[in-house]
Structures are given as structure tokens and as C-alpha cells.
Ligand binder design. Structure first.
Ligand code: FE2
Ligand code: FE2
Length: 145
């Protein structure tokens, strides 16, 4: 399986937020060699710790940026973050209870985040943070008298 590489097409236009997103790519590349290998619990646990650090650092920063930039859908975006937050803390709880986490399942889950959330949802706020002036929230409907 090929490693996952950062490309400029993944950028959301913020060095700080891009730096956080690169943490996900790093986690994916740490998970790949663990797929199919046995007794790598300690390595998987360290990836889950990195993911925990990611959600703690990144989500609040990104939500602040969206709000400041006047991105109108920030609340729906935050709800997606909240669900992702729950998933990571569920994984952490699994580890704390001695349950095994499958590296391939973890890889697929976070690869999906990269594609669906970072490349899909996150890039929707890009034009707002590039131009953080208040955007009109409604358009004139132009009803003729
Ligand atoms: Fe993000
Ligand atoms: Fe996000």
C-alpha cells in the first residue's frame, strides 16, 4: 500500500490548520505498516494518542477560525467535529479497557476523514478565511412589485 502524501490541493489556505491536517497524514502513514501485523498494540496506542492530540488541538482552533471569518455553516461543521471527537475518545476508552483496535479499521476510518472531512468539508470555509470580511447571509430575492 502506498504512503499518503500531502499535496497543495489539500490546503485550506492556513499554514496552522494545514499543519494540523498533516498530523492525520502522519497517523495514516504510521498505521499502514501495522496493518496485518500482530502484537503491535503499543504502536497502535501511540497513534491513537496522536489522534487524541489532533482533535484536542485542531478542532477548537478551526472552529475559532471559521467563526472569525464569518463562515455561515460553522455550527454544522462543529457538529461533525463533535462526532469525530467522540470516536477518538471511544477508541481511547477501548484501549484503556484492554480492547484490541484493528489497524486496518483505524486506517480506513481516518482515511475517510481525510477524504470526506478535510478535503470535502474543511475546504468549504477556505474562501472565507482567505477573505474574512462579513459575507452576506441572505441574497436579495428580487421580487417584482
Ligand atoms: Fe480540519
Ligand atoms: Fe473540520
Amino acid at each position: 500500500m502506498k504512503s499518503v502524501e500531502w499535496t497543495d490541493a489539500m490546503s485550506v489556505g492556513s499554514d496552522v490548520l494545514d499543519g494540523h491536517h498533516k498530523m492525520i497524514i502522519d497517523c495514516l502513514n504510521r498505521l499502514q505498516p501495522l496493518i496485518g501485523s500482530e502484537e503491535r498494540e503499543a504502536d497502535i496506542a501511540s497513534v491513537v494518542e496522536a489522534l487524541e492530540e489532533f482533535v484536542l488541538i485542531h478542532f477548537s482552533e478551526e472552529e475559532q477560525c471559521m467563526k472569525k471569518a464569518g463562515y455561515p455553516d460553522w455550527q454544522a461543521h462543529k457538529e461533525q467535529h463533535d462526532r469525530m471527537f467522540d470516536i477518538v475518545f471511544g477508541l481511547k476508552a477501548d484501549l484503556d479497557h484492554g480492547r484490541t483496535i484493528d489497524a486496518e479499521r483505524l486506517f480506513e476510518l481516518f482515511y475517510d476523514w481525510l477524504l470526506q472531512h478535510i478535503l470535502g468539508e474543511d475546504r468549504k470555509y477556505m474562501s472565507y478565511i482567505a477573505n474574512p470580511t462579513p459575507h452576506p447571509t441572505a441574497q436579495w430575492s428580487g421580487t417584482a412589485g
